[in-house]
Design a protein around this ligand. Structure first.
Ligand SMILES: CC(C)(COP(=O)(O)OP(=O)(O)OC[C@H]1O[C@@H](n2cnc3c(N)ncnc32)[C@H](O)[C@@H]1OP(=O)(O)O)[C@@H](O)C(=O)NCCC(=O)NCCS
Length: 165
C-alpha cells in the first residue's frame, strides 16, 4: 500500500484489547494471508491453515506470549498486537497488524499504545523491540510515533559470482 492509498479519515469510536482465544484463529488467518499484510513480513508468503492453527495454538499456550485482539464497541475485530517475551521475561518482541482496509486511520497507533500499556500493567515486560522492514514506511512511522527509536540497522547485500575476486 502506498501512502496515497492510505485512508486519511481517522477511525472513530472506542477500541479495546482482549486476549485472543482459539475462536480468533480464522480472522487472524485471513489477515495474515492478505497480501497487504504479509508483504512486509520476514516470511512474505501465505501460510497454510494447518500451519497457522499449529502456530496459533502454540502461541496461546505460551505464557510469554500476549496475543491481543483489538475490537470496537460492537465486538468487531480490528487487528492484532502480539508481544512475545524473549529469553529474559523483561524483554519482548512486538508484532502488529491492522485489519486490511483499516490502515492509515490511526488504529495502529491506538492499538500499539493500548498494547504497550497492557503489558506494562500486567506483565514484567519493560523493554519492547520491533523488527521493521526498511520499506515498511507505515510501520516505521507508527513505531516512531509511539516512542520507539532505531538502535541498529541490519545491512545486507546479495552476492553473485562476479563479486568473487
Ligand atoms: C503497519 C500498520 C500496523 C500501521 O497501522 P495504521 O493503522 O496504518 O497506522 P496509523 O494510521 O496509526 O499511522 C501511523 C503513522 O504512519 C503513517 N502511515 C500509515 N501508513 C503509511 C504508509 N503506508 N506509508 C507512509 N506512512 C504511513 C500515518 O500517516 C501515521 O503518521 P502521522 O500520524 O504522522 O500521519 C498497518 O499498516 C499494518 O497492519 N500493516 C501490515 C502489517 C505490518 O506491516 N505490520 C508491522 C510489522 S513490523
Amino acid at each position: 500500500m502506498d501512502i496515497d492509498n492510505v485512508p486519511k479519515s481517522p477511525f472513530e469510536g472506542a477500541i479495546s484489547l482482549k486476549q485472543a482465544t482459539l475462536g480468533d484463529a480464522g480472522i487472524v488467518f485471513a489477515w495474515r494471508n492478505h497480501p497487504d499484510i504479509y508483504r512486509y513480513f520476514f516470511n512474505p508468503t501465505p501460510v497454510l491453515w494447518e500451519e497457522h492453527v499449529a502456530w496459533f495454538t502454540r502461541a496461546l499456550a505460551n505464557p510469554g506470549c500476549h496475543f491481543l485482539i483489538a475490537r470496537d464497541t460492537n465486538d468487531h475485530s480490528l487487528g492484532v498486537v502480539r508481544f512475545e517475551a524473549q529469553g529474559d521475561a523483561g524483554s519482548a518482541e512486538v508484532n502488529i497488524m491492522v485489519a486490511p482496509g483499516f490502515e492509515g486511520g490511526g488504529l495502529g497507533t491506538r492499538m500499539l499504545e493500548l498494547g504497550v500499556d497492557w503489558v506494562a500493567e500486567r506483565t514484567p515486560i519493560r523493554h519492547v523491540v520491533a523488527k521493521v522492514m526498511e520499506a515498511n514506511l507505515g510501520s516505521r512511522k507508527l513505531f516512531e510515533k509511539v516512542g520507539f527509536t532505531t538502535t541498529y540497522r541490519v545491512m545486507e547485500r546479495t552476492l553473485d559470482v562476479t563479486d568473487v575476486r
